[in-house]
Design a protein around this ligand. Structure first.
Ligand SMILES: Nc1nc2c(ncn2[C@@H]2O[C@H](COP(=O)(O)OP(=O)(O)OP(=O)(O)O)[C@@H](O)[C@H]2O)c(=O)[nH]1
Ligand SMILES: [Mg+2]
Length: 485
């Protein structure tokens, strides 16, 4: 196990928490969420975790505490019976129980007889705190008592987490039962807990042992700093992408007598494909900022789906679900104009579904007359160019921003326990409001970027101005989502 070598790390041994319980109750999910580690093995079937494994929670490479993922109890009753008979034989008192558990684990042959119990009890006997995870959607039963009793015998500080996997139906019952074994009982959704819920749980961890308070408080502070850092980086990534897209064009040299029109189709295709690629790259950057770099493979599948939708002439319009789109064909041309006006006015944001392939669709629903123009450029030193772009529609950057903002919001809320693809579902316009102040500020930022065009310094400043606006907007989105939970 790596120990902090950095000066910023708290001194003394790191707090360690063994996450234990019955198989398939979300132990690994809780570890992945708290450690912000998407590499933790999670699967729908029991017996996924077979060995105890440490996941240090690190900020800037410095470990602040350690979570230990463990296999579920398999033979709790047999282990408890063995411990009890040993206690009777040796006339042991309650004070002897922690030692009896340690001796039990050390006895030859135990790893073969009780591999799971040895794995999960090992770290506890070695000094870890106990986090006992149960599923609040299934009924409490006495079979759990042997597990809790064994944990009590270790004498280690402990708390219980009720994870409501599919409902909260049995939470009250569990609270009554767990309250007899654990001083602290919390209800936490292991897969969907937001940062506030995670922080509350960490505060409970800090109460388990006096020496753990300071390091956990340091972890909490680091967590908040990291969140702000992610927001700054995300705003910057989106600003750079929009700055690039706003002035993007494609050019081709043509012969003096050639018609520019002949090149329209090829240039438009190149323009759309390139913009789609750069949107994809921007999304990957935002995903990496959130520690979700591995999501890209799954986004590919989505891209295919959307490319098909686009090929059929369907537009993914904000406010319509994918199913509605598929069944209804597409939003009609007339309706589209109306939606665009709303988007430009800021009353509603026009959003496609995730991934870059839809950029073509986005341009599509900006209306034909709003597509980038084809221009003929006579060059001073001779020769002619035909140019496609940049997109001058005032709605264009708002569409790009709306999509990026929704994507960023999904990522900032996404825990590392989730294994489903990112689905930028159609969200009601009201979910991503853009008030008049932000809209005006953004209009100014976009105008500045368009005016700056090739002037490097002006461009850099305008990009930073947009990043500052976006950071404030993302902060507002974050606090709004925190209030909603
Ligand atoms: N919807 C939802 N699913 C959950 C939640 N917690 C766990 N799951 C699902 O339940 C399954 C088991 O989760 P794991 O985290 O692998 O459970 P475990 O306790 O580590 O399981 P073992 O390692 O096999 O003992 C996975 O399919 C999870 O996605 C939850 O809070 N909500
Ligand atoms: Mg597991």
């Amino acid at each position: 196990m790596t120990r902090p070598s950095d000066e910023a790390a708290p001194s003394g041994p790191l707090p360690r928490f063994a996450v234990v319980g019955h198989p398939n109750k979300g132990k690994s999910s809780l570890v992945a969420t708290l450690a912000r580690d998407a590499s933790v093995a999670i699967a729908p079937h029991p017996g996924t975790t077979l060995v105890a494994r440490e996941y240090p929670f690190r900020i800037d490479g410095v470990p602040l505490y350690v979570l230990i993922d463990t296999p579920g109890f398999q033979r709790a009753r047999a282990v408890l019976a063995a411990l009890e008979s040993r206690a009777r034989e040796t006339n042991a008192s309650a004070a002897d129980r922690p030692r009896l558990v340690a001796e039990f684990l050390a006895m030859p042959g135990q790893r073969e007889r009780f591999p799971d119990e040895c794995e999960l009890l090992g770290p506890i006997v070695a000094g870890a705190g106990i986090v006992y995870v149960v599923d609040g959607s299934v009924a409490y039963g006495p079979q759990y008592e042997a597990e809790m009793e064994i944990l009590r015998w270790t004498g280690r500080p402990s708390l219980a987490v009720i994870n409501p996997i599919s409902s909260r139906d049995h939470v009250t019952e569990w609270e009554a039962a767990l309250g007899q074994f654990f001083r602290i009982v919390r209800v936490v959704d292991a897969v969907n807990a937001d940062l506030q819920a995670q922080s509350r749980l960490l505060k409970a961890f800090a109460e388990l042992e006096a020496g753990w308070r300071a390091p956990i408080e340091a972890a909490l502070a680091a967590l908040e700093r990291a969140r702000v850092g992610r927001r700054i980086q995300t705003a910057r990534a989106i600003a750079e992408w929009i700055a690039q897209a706003l002035v993007y064009d494609v050019e081709r040299r043509i012969a003096p007598d050639e018609s520019a029109e002949l090149h329209r189709e090829a240039l438009a295709a190149e323009y759309h494909a390139s913009l789609a690629r750069s949107e994809r790259a921007a999304r990957e950057r935002v995903q990496a900022i959130h520690g979700h770099a591995a999501l890209e493979a799954r986004a590919d599948e989505l891209a295919l789906l959307e490319a098909d939708l686009f090929a059929e002439g369907t537009w993914l319009v904000f406010g319509l679900t994918r199913r509605q789109l598929v069944s209804a064909g597409a939003a009609g041309g007339a309706a589209t104009g109306g939606v665009i006006d709303l988007a430009v006015g800021g009353a509603s944001l026009l959003l496609g579904v995730a991934t870059g392939a839809v950029v073509g669709g986005v341009l599509g629903f900006l209306g034909a007359q709003r597509l980038p123009e084809l221009t003929l450029v006579d060059r001073p030193l001779g020769g002619r160019l035909v140019r496609y772009g940049p997109a001058r529609s005032p709605g264009f950057p708002f569409v790009l921003l709306g999509r990026a903002r929704l994507h960023a919001r999904l990522l900032s809320r996404r825990t590392h326990a989730r294994r489903d693809p990112v689905e930028v579902e159609a969200v009601p316009a009201a979910a991503l409001p853009l008030d008049a102040v932000f809209r005006k500020r953004l209009e100014r930022d976009f105008a500045r970027l368009r005016a700056a065009d090739d002037a490097a310094l002006a461009r850099a400043e305008a990009t930073q101005a947009l990043a500052d606006t976006l950071q404030a907007l993302l902060a507002a989105d974050d606090s709004e989502s925190a209030e909603a939970t």
